[in-house]
Write a protein that binds this ligand. Structure first.
Ligand code: ADP
Length: 432
């Protein structure tokens, strides 16, 4: 904003001064300066009168009159020798009695035999001092008015851009219904309507993609279920050798079913209009129960550290359990031995950290792992099953809770997933 103001202000001032300079140049050098001609003619009337009076006056009286004329015109009149006058002005003085120009070369000739006089501004003249003060006041007013106009214009533009910025923020946070206002008072030219067209197109494309994925996933469920039934029937009548292959097929079908479940869960969460079941529950028992069931299922020992004074918490319990379970299962899959679940409170935010002692996640991968179907290929010596949807689902659950999910390096050198959720979620939702 400050930079924009400086460049706009400097540009406008430069244009104004360039205009002043050009108009001065045109009036001085390219066409005859009418102001100078008028001044010269006015002054020549006084010189002519003095010439008429001169024969009746002595030398001192003429000198006094010359001084008086000078004073009344805020000028000092000095007699000069013709040879001291620039040649071009000598030629002009041959044609006219008084010569004024913009370079302050002002001369006149009078009397018989001809005498030459130079006119220069009287430095003690109060009127001239007021005149130059007026020039400064004009210049300062011009500079300040330009600054005010630029500032006003920029503030207006900033206010309009804020509406667009808000819509862009909402869109980038996944709210595909976000649109910029179109009224003249709030829109920046055609930018807002172009933005809305783009947002509508993105919304259409994404929802048609989701629709397609969801339909395909749904349609695959029934034939898979039928295949599973048929395999079970086959298994009952098969030899030992055949059973080996049937078991393999059953395993593949189970994995396909899991993938379909994850896809359906993901597209359900992606829908911004999804209604969540927020409720208040006790943090301690929720986490103890979660760790207990994961420990039992995977035969591990998760270290649970709860550092919060808050006893109760508002969230969608099922989804939050799913998110934390996902992070813990990943820590078990990709970590080595030590898994910690740490909870602490900072001001109005509750933070859940799941840390492990595995290989961790390289800095350049940290954003990508939250994208759907993204997996890192560095577990080649021991391929780990998965579809790359778990963290995308976790990120969506965090977003729906107005929270954030990020990843860093844990103290043991592995991954540390950090989920931050506002404690006053209930009030926030109530205010909506
Ligand atoms: P999945 O585990 O099914 O592949 P996720 O979305 O849960 O999918 O994870 C995406 C990728 O992030 C994984 O393939 C894995 O490479 C990486 N990742 C997730 N959690 C961890 C972790 N705790 N340590 C190291 N890498 C991880």
């Amino acid at each position: 904003m400050v930079r924009l103001f400086i460049s706009l202000y400097a540009g406008t001032l430069a244009t104004l001064f360039a205009m002043l300079f050009v108009s001065h140049y045109i009036s001085t050098y390219l066409i005859v300066d009418v102001d100078n001609q008028i001044d010269a003619q006015e002054f020549s009337a006084e010189v002519e009168l003095l010439e008429l009076l001169a024969p009746q006056l002595n030398f001192d009286e003429v000198a006094n009159l010359l001084e008086l004329i000078g004073k009344r015109n805020q000028l000092i009149i000095t007699e000069v020798d013709l040879s001291n006058i620039p040649a071009s002005i000598q030629a002009e003085l041959a044609k006219q009695q008084v010569w004024y120009d913009d370079e302050q070369h002002n001369y006149f000739r009078a009397f018989e035999p001809t005498r030459y006089f130079m006119l220069s501004e009287d430095p003690d003249s109060k009127l001239l001092a007021v005149d130059s003060l007026t020039d400064w006041v004009f210049l300062t007013t011009l500079i300040l008015t330009t600054a005010l106009c630029c500032l006003g214009w920029l503030l207006l533009l900033k206010r309009k851009l804020q509406y667009l910025e808000r819509a862009t923020d909402r869109l980038s946070q996944g709210d595909l219904t976000a649109r910029a206002p179109l009224s003249k008072r709030k829109a920046v030219g055609k930018l807002n309507s172009r933005f809305n067209e783009m947002a509508a197109e993105i919304e259409r494309l994404i929802s048609s993609h989701k629709q397609l994925t969801q339909t395909v996933a749904h349609e695959l469920r029934t034939p898979l279920f039928r295949m599973q039934m048929q395999l079970e029937m086959l298994a009952a009548q098969s030899s030992d050798n055949q059973s080996k292959y049937i078991l393999g097929l059953e395993d593949d079908i189970y994995q396909l079913q899991q993938l379909i479940d994850e896809i359906l869960q993901f597209s359900k969460l992606e829908r911004s209009q999804l209604r969540l079941e927020y409720k208040t529950f006790a943090i301690n028992s929720f986490l103890n129960e979660l760790c207990g069931s994961v420990n039992k299922e995977h035969q591990v020992n998760i270290k649970l550290l709860i550092n919060t004074t808050t006893a109760e918490f508002c969230a969608d319990e099922i989804l939050l359990r799913r998110l934390l379970r996902n992070l813990l299962t990943n820590a078990i899959k990709y970590g080595d031995q030590q898994i910690n679940l740490v909870i602490h409170q900072h001001e109005q935010q509750l933070t859940f950290i799941v840390e492990d002692d595995g290989p961790g996640i390289a800095v350049e991968q940290r954003n990508k792992i939250f994208e759907p179907f993204y997996r890192i290929d560095n577990h080649a010596n021991q391929p780990i099953p998965g579809y790359g949807l778990g963290l995308a689902i976790c990120k969506d659950i965090a977003r729906l809770h107005q929270g954030q999910l990020t990843v860093d390096t844990s103290e043991q050198g592995g991954a540390a997933f950090c989920l931050t959720i506002p404690l006053n979620l209930k009030t926030r939702l109530g205010n909506k």
